[in-house]
Design a binder for this molecule. Structure first.
Ligand SMILES: C[S@@+](CC[C@H](N)C(=O)[O-])C[C@H]1O[C@@H](n2cnc3c(N)ncnc32)[C@H](O)[C@@H]1O
Length: 450
């Protein structure tokens, strides 16, 4: 049997003491404002590089590609029509949905990754904090009383659990056993929203207790991971700390406006056509930089049971935007109407031998074909006078720049959308994989439907 901490006498790590009792006893009566969600901070950019200032709900799961809530505040403020319904076609960590909620606006988010879709749902759900505390106690007691087997993870790829393959694995067996215990305990809870809340928070600690770290380049083994000893007790402590912190945040913001928020676990290329008419659409799609989000969230997807077979994994990857070449797929042909796109694809074909994957020209064509499907749907579902705010990033392969911002602007008339403005946010370093040090732009592009 697993022997962790006793009840709530959880041994907190130095410096991470959570005064949850005091926090819970201070019920706020006033309505929570949007500024409570941004903590009235000053940000140097509205893009994805605003720094790591921890905002409420945002650190439930580390998601470094998130843009700032302030971007949503600005888009709503500058809209030329009243915003009652906001749509985000690429929900990610839920910045749009959460910000809309704080602003008292109904929202719909589309997110293809089922774990991330649950992260969004977990954040926008209204909970009773006392009931969450009660259920956290139940989880801890269940973990103390019962043991669970790592067989729970038998569907995961063989590299996941010790002994792994060729002596390499992502989780030590003792850690995996503890994770299995926590999950089994979570599953005993009666309220589905609570099960999701705790599952998402467990997802938030998986990388920390694994033998790998995640960076812009994907998943890498930690240095000296074989000798890195994590006591299984620490896994439960970490989970409890993170759950308590989240409950404190839930409690502090429980009086935020009550709005309708819909999350669709779907492919935006299809689902965008099914959303209710929108007054404002804000999103940041995956950038065509070969970064596969399915890969990056592999740990959470498999360990938490969102994926149960290689076929599931394959299907999920096929549903993602054509922004990577990790799977062999028939990329849709590039749309007509952009000189910059035709030139970039032509130059990529010419430089095919210098590319690290010969499929990059087709991927770029397919990326804009996919974006075209999404934007056709957006234009169809957007109310007259509404705007689309997109945070996009340019890419570069073998010295050929793919100016995503410019290409989308050139394609806008094809979707009967009018270009309003383009504002650069920051520069991104070209990844080593893309072979250079030149800076690439991240840009806000605003289009409107007349
Ligand atoms: C740049 S992130 C969005 C970040 C988000 N703006 C935030 O603040 O958290 C892009 C998201 O698009 C999702 N995605 C990729 N392909 C998709 C598709 N076909 N349909 C819907 N979502 C997709 C990815 O899983 C990823 O979460």
């Amino acid at each position: 049997m697993f022997q962790p901490c006793s009840g709530f006498g959880v041994k907190m790590k130095e410096g991470i003491k959570i005064d949850w009792l005091t926090a819970l006893s201070k019920r706020k009566s006033s309505l929570v404002q949007f500024s409570d969600c941004t903590r009235n901070r000053r940000v140097s950019t509205l893009g994805t590089n605003a720094g790591a200032t921890p905002l409420p709900f945002q650190n439930w799961h580390r998601f470094k590609e998130a843009y700032t809530p302030e971007l949503i505040g600005r888009a709503v403020q500058e809209s030329t029509i009243p915003v009652r319904h906001l749509v985000d076609a690429f929900g990610g960590s839920g910045t749009s949905a959460l910000s809309a909620q704080f602003l008292g606006i109904a929202s719909t988010s589309i997110e293809v990754n089922p774990f991330l879709a649950d992260v969004i749902r977990a954040k926008i759900t209204y909970y009773e904090s006392d009931a969450l505390i009660h259920d956290l106690g139940k989880v801890v007691r269940h973990v103390k009383r019962t043991s669970a087997s790592v067989r729970r993870f038998s569907a995961c790829p063989a590299t996941f659990i010790e002994p792994g393959i060729n002596g390499r694995y992502l989780f030590h067996a003792a850690i995996a056993e503890c994770l299995a215990s926590i999950q089994t305990a979570i599953e005993t809870l009666k309220v589905e929203a609570h099960r999701r809340f705790f599952r998402v928070l467990l997802g938030g600690i998986l990388v920390a207790v694994s033998n790998v770290r995640i960076s812009g380049k994907g998943r890498r083994y930690r240095q000296g991971w074989q000798n890195r000893k994590i006591d299984p007790v620490e896994v439960l402590d970490l989970f409890v700390q993170s759950a308590l912190q989240a409950i404190v945040e839930v409690h502090a913001h429980m009086n935020r406006p009550r709005t309708e928020a819909t999350v669709l676990t779907s492919d935006a290329r299809i689902a965008i056509n099914e959303v209710e008419p929108a007054d404002l659409i804000v999103f940041s799609p995956p950038y065509p930089n070969s970064f596969d989000y399915t890969d990056v969230y592999n740990l959470e997807l498999w360990m938490l049971g969102y994926l149960g077979s290689p076929q599931n994994n394959h299907a999920l990857r096929f549903s993602t935007l054509s922004s990577h070449v990790q799977i062999k797929r028939n990329f849709a042909p590039m749309p007509d109407g952009s000189k910059s796109l035709s030139q970039s694809v032509k130059r990529l074909h010419e430089r095919r031998d210098a590319l690290w994957s010969p499929w990059i020209p087709e991927m770029i064509g397919g990326y804009f074909a996919d974006m075209s499907r999404v934007l056709t749907g957006c234009a169809h579902r957007l109310n007259d006078g509404g705007q689309i705010w997109m945070v996009v990033g340019n890419s570069q392969y073998a010295g050929v720049v793919v100016a995503v911002d410019q290409i989308l602007i050139e394609l806008a008339p094809r979707w009967n959308l009018r270009f309003i403005v383009k504002k650069p946010f920051r520069s991104m370093r070209v990844s080593a994989q893309q072979g250079g040090k030149e800076q690439l732009a991240e840009t806000l592009v605003i289009l409107a439907k007349d």
